[in-house]
Design a binder for this molecule. Structure first.
Ligand SMILES: Nc1nc2c(ncn2[C@@H]2O[C@H](COP(=O)(O)OP(=O)(O)OP(=O)(O)O)[C@@H](O)[C@H]2O)c(=O)[nH]1
Ligand SMILES: [K+]
Ligand SMILES: [Mg+2]
Length: 484
């Protein structure tokens, strides 16, 4: 764990924020953290702070002179300085260091009316607390050694998780699976470094050759493990961010009709006139337990209409950026044979099992990873070989299309049994560590090998936040919502 920094914690003011959402709800939880939390509770609860970690009902009263209004029941059995009753609420007191942040902390479970939340917020400010910044609770937890950066990112992902696969991945990271993997690698590096340093004292001619070969082999093996981990990460990162599927093809092919069918609502305008869709229209769906943004685009054709031309430009840009391009051909058009389809990617070979064109699939987001040729209006003309025939009008085969897309979403987001890296930050750090290991394996001089191993350890240390991360903290924690 990261060393405790009591000096930092002691200097920080007590913060508060609403931890629950702001819509209409029964209960709003306000969370507090900081050195004066206990004193603030005493004041709010009429000097009857609840016992630690037990939810107790308390009448919350404004501090006198807080401006929270005149006394409703002056001196209602609470002594001469009891202020206006603000709410009757469940109060939880978490003395540090065994709290989320590691500081003294508390939760107030209020009735969720906006006026209640506002009055209690005013009272907290009057008592010297200040509203928290986004992610400030978790940032304090990190500073106090309650979690490392990877676990903090796991919490952020858990809050954002929309699908069960995302939830599982986030929970694993929040549980420290990735931290343990990297800590294990750092331990192996430490042993190698000790071995490299032991060799420094040998004059060149006395270098024990077996020992030297063994260290090199171990360094290479660890570097290989890191490279394998990186290969696993592409899917995990896509699962965290969601996928992007573009529907592209010639005008009037039925792209918008198909998009409406897939998302189950009348999202896009459909008409018999070619050139109906101009703006790219995004709809969100879940395919194969992966969040997918499906984008309907303008029909691809040469046009003199500047607005439509801009739509076509955007359509091509979306198709280029997509993880999957659903290339729709107009089955009503006699010239829509394979090879005669305008735009939407290559007419490369089509996998017999998935119907997916896998040319150019390199597992990254740049360039269409896969193109799925879909022959729409199969009610008018059957699909030629290599095309998945569907009818967006009758719904024929649309469930098959959905299954193929779901299988592709699962394939693109798959990762192995080991915890994968889930962010570009992790990828960059591990790539750096692996590169330094490759240096270390090449180095002849034990001193230089030692230096390369140390650099690899630093790269791992930055991932968990053990070293040199001040510049990183804002990037990690500002993405949290307020109250976390
Ligand atoms: N027979 C038949 N007609 C279809 C099918 N799918 C769509 N249509 C019709 O084809 C016409 C064009 O449909 P749209 O969904 O607007 O086509 P689009 O590709 O989005 O067209 P643009 O946005 O103009 O590029 C409409 O009249 C639809 O009702 C289908 O499977 N079979
Ligand atoms: K149309
Ligand atoms: Mg359209």
């Amino acid at each position: 764990m990261i060393p405790h920094h009591p000096s930092v914690a002691a200097a920080e003011p007590t913060i508060f924020a609403r931890a629950t959402g702001t819509g209409r709800a029964a209960i709003a939880v306000i969370r507090l953290s900081g050195a004066t939390t206990g004193a603030i509770l005493d004041c709010l609860c009429g000097h009857s702070r609840p016992p630690p970690r037990r939810a107790v009902l308390r009448a919350l009263r404004a501090p006198t002179g807080s401006g929270a209004g005149p006394h409703e029941h002056p001196g209602a059995g609470l002594g001469p300085d009891a202020g206006e009753l603000l709410d009757r609420a469940l109060v939880l007191w978490f003395p540090g260091p065994h709290s989320y942040t590691g500081e003294d902390a508390a939760e107030l479970h209020l009735h969720a009316g906006p006026a209640v939340v506002e009055a209690v917020g005013d009272a907290l400010v009057a008592l010297g607390a200040r509203p928290a910044e986004p992610g400030e609770f978790t940032r304090r937890a990190f500073r106090n050694g309650r979690l490392d950066l990877l676990e903090a990112e796991g919490i952020a992902d858990l809050i954002e998780a929309e699908t069960q696969a995302q939830r599982r991945q986030a929970l694993r990271q929040q549980d420290g699976a990735l931290s343990r993997l990297y800590a294990g690698w750092a331990d192996r590096l430490r042993v190698m470094l000790a071995a490299a340093e032991a060799l420094i004292d040998f004059p060149d001619e006395d270098l024990p050759p077996d020992e030297d070969a063994l260290i090199r082999a171990e360094i290479r093996m660890l570097g290989e493990a890191m490279r394998a981990h990186l290969r696993d990460g592409a899917g995990a990162e896509r699962l965290r961010t969601g996928l992007f599927f573009a529907v592209a093809g010639p005008p009037n092919a039925g792209k918008s009709t198909l998009v409406n069918l897939l998302c189950g609502r009348d999202a896009a305008i459909v008409s018999p006139w070619a050139g109906t869709t101009r703006d790219a229209l995004e709809v969100r769906l879940v395919l194969g337990d992966v969040p997918v943004t499906l984008v309907d685009t303008a029909g691809l054709r040469d046009t003199d209409d500047p607005v439509e031309a801009e739509g076509v430009r955007r359509a091509r840009a979306h198709a280029d950026a997509a993880d999957v391009v659903i290339r729709v051909a107009d089955g009503a058009d006699a010239s829509a044979a394979p090879g005669a389809v305008a735009g939407g990617g290559s007419d490369g070979p089509v996998s017999a099992t998935t119907g997916l064109d896998e040319t150019g699939s390199d597992g990254t987001r740049s360039g269409a990873a896969t193109t799925l040729p879909v022959w729409n209006k199969c009610d008018l003309q059957p699909a030629p070989p290599g095309w998945l025939g569907v009818s967006a009008l009758t719904g024929e085969n649309v469930e098959t299309l959905r299954d193929v897309l779901a299988a592709e979403a699962r394939r693109l987001t798959a990762s192995g049994a080991a915890p994968p890296p889930t962010r570009a930050r992790h990828r960059a750090g591990i790539a750096e560590a692996a590169a330094r290991l490759e240096d270390a394996a090449r180095e002849e001089l034990p001193e230089l090998r030692g230096e390369a191993l140390r650099l690899a350890m630093d790269a791992l240390g930055r991932l968990t936040g053990r070293i040199g991360v001040e510049d990183l903290l804002d990037t990690v924690f500002n993405r949290f919502c307020i109250g976390k």
